[in-house]
Design a protein around this ligand. Structure first.
Ligand code: 2NL
Length: 335
C-alpha cells in the first residue's frame, strides 16, 4: 500500500469519526477539547502532515491538497458546530427569559362597600337632593336625650318598648337615632331639615328579623306650616325613588310617645296584594318641640324612622337579618 493510499484511509477515518461524534457535542467546552484533539498542531490532523515526508515527490502535492482540504473541512465543521451551539444557547436563553405581555397582571382583589352602607348612602343621597342635611351623634347616650326629651318619662311603661342596654345607672347604648335629632334641635333654630343615620342597639334575642345591633335612619323636618300632607308627599316620593315608581303607599294609625298623630307606613308593589310595613312616622309631638326650646304654636314638624336592614331586605328579597353581620362572602359579594 502506498503512503498516499494509507493517508487517504486515515483521512477518511478522521472524517467519519468527526462526522459521527460532532453532533453529540452539547456544550462549548467539550467542543473545544474535541477541536484540540483534531486540529491542534499535535492533534490527529496535524500528525498526518508527518506523512508528507514519506510520500513520493509526484504524489506529495496531491497529499498536501488532501490534507489542507481536510483541515479546512474540519475547521469549517467545528465552526459550524460552535455557531449552532451558540445560537441554541441564545435561543434557549431568549425562551427562558421571555416575558409574555399578554398574560393577565397580578390581581389584587378589591373590596366594596357593605350592602348596608350602600343602602344608607343611597337613602342619604335621595334626601340630600331634597335639601336635608346628614347629622350624626353619639352611640352612648344619656337618658334625657334618649327618653325624657322624647316625651318618654322615667317609669313610663313606654320605655319598655325599647329594650335598652344600660352601661351604668344613667348611660345607655342608644336604641334609636332620635337623640341625635334632639341634640340638633337643642343647638339649632328652626327650620331644621335633617336625616340621622346610624347604628343602634337593643336587647333583642337574635332571629331572622331581630339583631341586637341594627341601623336606623330617622328624618326630621321642623318649620312653620308643615302638615301631615307634606309628610305624606315626602314619604311617597321616597318610596317611588327607592323602590320604584309603581308602588302605592298607605298610612294607618299608630302610637309613638314623640309623635301625634303617629302613623305606620305601608307600601305595596305593583300588582301585589300584600301590604308591607316599611316605617313609622308622625307629626312631632308639641311636648317634644317644647323640650328643645321651640314654640309649638309657631312651628310644626314631622319625623319618621326606618330600619336600614329592613329596607335592604325588602328591596333585595333577603329573608334573614343575620346575613348582614355574618361576613359570609357568598352573601356579601352579591351586592
Ligand atoms: C319606627 C318609628 C319613628 C320618629 C321615629 C322622631 C324623632 C323626634 C321627634 C319625633 Cl326627635 N319623632 N322619630 C318618629 C316616628 C317614628 O320611628 O318604628 N322606626 C323604625
Amino acid at each position: 500500500m502506498t503512503a498516499l493510499i494509507e493517508l487517504q484511509e486515515q483521512i477518511s477515518l478522521i472524517k467519519t469519526d468527526l462526522a459521527g461524534r460532532l453532533p453529540d457535542i452539547k456544550d462549548l467546552d467539550a467542543l473545544e477539547s474535541f477541536r484540540i484533539e483534531f486540529l491542534s498542531r499535535k492533534g490527529r490532523i496535524g500528525e498526518l502532515f508527518a506523512f508528507l515526508g514519506r510520500i513520493s515527490s509526484e504524489e506529495r502535492a496531491t497529499a498536501g491538497q488532501l490534507l489542507n482540504a481536510l483541515k479546512q473541512e474540519a475547521t469549517a465543521a467545528f465552526d459550524a458546530r460552535r455557531n449552532d451551539l451558540q445560537q441554541g444557547a441564545l435561543a434557549e436563553k431568549i425562551e427562558r427569559e421571555k416575558i409574555d405581555l399578554t398574560l393577565p397582571g397580578v390581581c389584587r382583589p378589591l373590596g366594596h362597600l357593605h350592602l348596608l352602607t350602600q343602602v344608607q348612602q343611597e337613602i342619604e343621597s335621595i334626601f340630600l337632593r331634597m335639601g336635608f342635611d346628614v347629622a350624626s351623634g353619639p352611640e352612648i347616650e344619656d337618658e334625657f336625650h334618649n327618653f325624657e326629651a322624647l316625651n318618654i318619662p322615667a317609669d313610663h311603661p313606654a320605655r319598655d318598648d325599647w329594650d335598652t342596654f344600660y352601661i351604668d345607672d344613667t348611660m345607655l347604648l342608644r336604641p334609636h337615632t332620635s337623640p341625635v335629632q334632639i341634640r340638633v334641635m337643642e343647638q339649632t333654630e328652626p327650620p331644621v331639615r335633617i336625616i340621622c343615620p346610624g347604628r343602634c342597639y337593643r336587647r333583642d334575642a337574635q332571629d331572622a328579623t331581630h339583631s341586637p345591633v341594627f341601623h336606623q335612619i330617622e328624618l326630621l323636618w321642623v318649620e312653620e306650616g308643615l302638615s301631615l300632607a307634606n309628610l305624606k308627599y315626602l314619604l311617597e316620593s321616597f318610596i317611588h325613588e327607592f323602590f320604584g315608581p309603581g308602588y302605592t303607599m298607605r298610612l294607618s294609625g299608630d302610637f309613638f310617645p314623640f309623635t301625634e298623630p303617629s302613623v305606620q307606613v305601608h307600601m305595596r308593589a305593583p300588582g301585589a296584594t300584600e301590604w308591607l310595613e316599611i316605617m313609622g312616622a308622625g307629626m312631632v309631638d308639641p311636648a317634644v318641640l317644647t323640650n328643645v326650646g321651640y314654640d309649638p304654636e309657631k312651628v310644626t314638624g314631622f319625623a319618621f324612622g326606618l330600619g336600614i336592614e329592613r329596607m335592604a331586605m325588602l328591596r333585595y328579597g333577603i329573608d334573614d337579618i343575620r346575613l348582614f353581620f355574618g361576613n359570609d362572602l357568598r352573601f356579601i359579594t352579591q351586592f
